[in-house]
Design a protein around this ligand. Structure first.
Ligand SMILES: Cc1cc2nc3c(=O)[nH]c(=O)nc-3n(C[C@H](O)[C@H](O)[C@H](O)COP(=O)(O)OP(=O)(O)OC[C@H]3O[C@@H](n4cnc5c(N)ncnc54)[C@H](O)[C@@H]3O)c2cc1C
Length: 451
């Protein structure tokens, strides 16, 4: 008889469990932490709904919306206030709005680029000349090499680095362009110029109130998705899976000193945990996928103390040498999240270049952020609350060569029937990617003809 063990109760493991529950396949889910959800957790502070980890998911990848619809929660989906979207970048200590018409780091409008103080003339001329590049195919290279090649170093420092720091907490000199920006590689292969390719593509619809938005979330926070995914079968909290062994009938997984028999095992934690539990070349490759640590810090103020903040938030490029890497003005980004009369500034620190910040005390982190916000936006008031959430080794780094490594991992895993991988270490770091991979693992177990 089938009995699966799922190691890890983040969104990947919960999505696998959801498929097994639907089909009535028995399983045990082992989660090291006292609660489920992994990095997805929503805090309620006063009258505000504040995300401890991720705050939204991208709607272009359908897996999250599909699951939410299946769970009967479609009416709870809200979009970001894109008609109000302005993102500021810190440059030489000042705030500069991101110019209109940027598709990540690809300029698609001339005048906003000509007028922006974000770049010098050398970069602006280079951006214009990029239009005349010929198509080409290159081996995998770093995001920094790729962007520098197209638009110059200033674009790496003031666009690619801060944008990718927000998603991966990573270093563009290490991250693989093929794994993190595959669409841009395809554009380069077909058109040479990214600007030309972007102009040929359908322009994004103008943001208007009520129009579908790129980033969506749930009215009561992403934690409500975790609540709706509560597993219906055995969940063992509070202790990690310690070891996995092959047996004549499948596997056994040790947890809290006891062995649990399993016909199938889903490794739904970080890749390095799967690497620790699996041996040989497969374990070695999984263990070689790097992860970055980061922390979010929610600072709650009365609006009367700090005035109206403009835009969605601020990105701080690494070259500006600050500890705050980004912040979001939560009440501007999502309606109904922050209690009337209040503002919550959600700051991000850490990432691969500054993991040491997680070892500082909460007070020290908050003091540093307050000082940096004072310099940047003139806030001198003390926050009414400050909540620091640390996420150690939680963000996978798809470094150069990642796709080749992942192919080898898939080949080796396929030789161990009954072993499944799900999580953010492989094919995508976002919530929709993790849901898709978790559900695929669950479905594969359901349809496996082996008992
Ligand atoms: C601060 C932050 C902000 C983010 N923002 C966004 C965003 O806005 N939008 C978006 O789409 N994505 C975002 N992401 C990425 C996304 O949230 C994650 O990639 C995704 O939620 C990971 O889910 P997971 O289940 O694969 O892993 P996790 O959430 O890390 O869960 C893995 C679970 O496995 C458990 N575990 C590990 N080892 C063991 C073991 N040996 N035994 C038992 N249990 C174990 C852990 O305790 C953990 O609960 C963000 C990530 C972070 C850290």
């Amino acid at each position: 008889m089938k009995h699966a063990v799922i190691v890890g109760g983040g969104i990947s493991g919960l999505s696998a469990a959801y498929e097994l529950d639907k089909a009535g396949v028995p399983y045990t889910l082992i989660e090291r932490a006292p609660s489920l959800g992994g990095v997805i957790r929503t805090n309620r502070i006063g009258g505000s709904t504040i995300e401890a980890g991720p705050d939204s998911f991208i709607s272009q990848k359908p897996a999250a919306l599909e699951l939410i619809r299946e769970l009967g929660m479609a009416d709870q989906v809200i979009g970001s206030n894109d008609h109000l979207r302005i993102t500021f970048l810190q440059r030489h200590g000042r705030l500069v709005p991101l110019p209109d018409g940027l598709m990540m780091m690809i300029p698609t409008k001339v005048w906003p680029m000509v007028r922006t103080p974000l770049f010098g003339w050398g970069t602006k001329i280079r951006m214009g000349l990029e239009y005349f590049r010929k198509p080409g195919v290159f081996p995998d290279r770093s995001v920094a090499e790729f962007v520098r090649d197209h638009f110059g170093q200033e674009t790496v420092d003031y666009l690619a680095e801060p944008l990718l720091a927000g998603v991966y907490g990573g270093d563009p000199r290490e991250l693989s362009v093929l794994s993190t920006l595959p669409r841009f590689v395809e554009m380069e292969r077909k058109h040479g110029s990214l600007t030309k390719a972007a102009l040929l593509a359908k322009p994004p619809a103008k943001a208007t109130p009520g129009a579908p938005t790129l980033f969506r979330t749930l009215k009561n926070g992403l934690g409500s998705l975790v609540e709706a995914l509560q597993p219906k079968q055995t969940v063992l909290h509070g202790e990690a899976a310690e070891a996995v062994e092959r047996t004549s009938s499948g596997f056994r997984v040790r947890r809290g000193g006891d062995w649990i028999e399993a016909s199938h095992v889903v490794f739904a934690g970080p890749a390095y945990e799967a690497g620790r539990l699996l041996d040989g070349r497969l374990g070695e490759l999984l263990g070689s996928i790097a992860y970055a640590s980061s922390a979010t810090v929610a600072l709650g103020y009365r609006k009367a103390q700090i005035g109206e903040m403009k835009g969605f938030g601020i990105l701080v490029p690494g070259v500006e040498r600050k500890r705050m890497r980004a912040c979001t003005f939560v009440s501007n980004k999502f309606s109904g999240r922050v209690e009337d009369g209040y503002e919550v500034i959600r700051c991000f620190v850490g990432g691969i270049a500054d993991e040491g910040v997680l070892d500082l005390s909460d007070d020290a982190i908050v003091a540093t952020l307050r000082e940096e916000l004072r310099e940047l936006v003139g806030i001198t008031a003390a926050p009414e609350f400050a909540v620091v959430e640390r996420w150690r080794r939680a963000m996978a780094q798809y470094t150069v060569g990642h796709n080749a490594r992942w192919e080898e991992i898939q080949g080796l895993a396929a030789k161990v029937p009954g072993v499944y991988l799900a999580g953010n270490g492989y094919r995508g770091i976002g919530i929709p990617d993790c849901i898709e991979m978790g559900r695929a693992a669950g479905r594969a177990i359901v349809t496996d003809p082996q008992p």
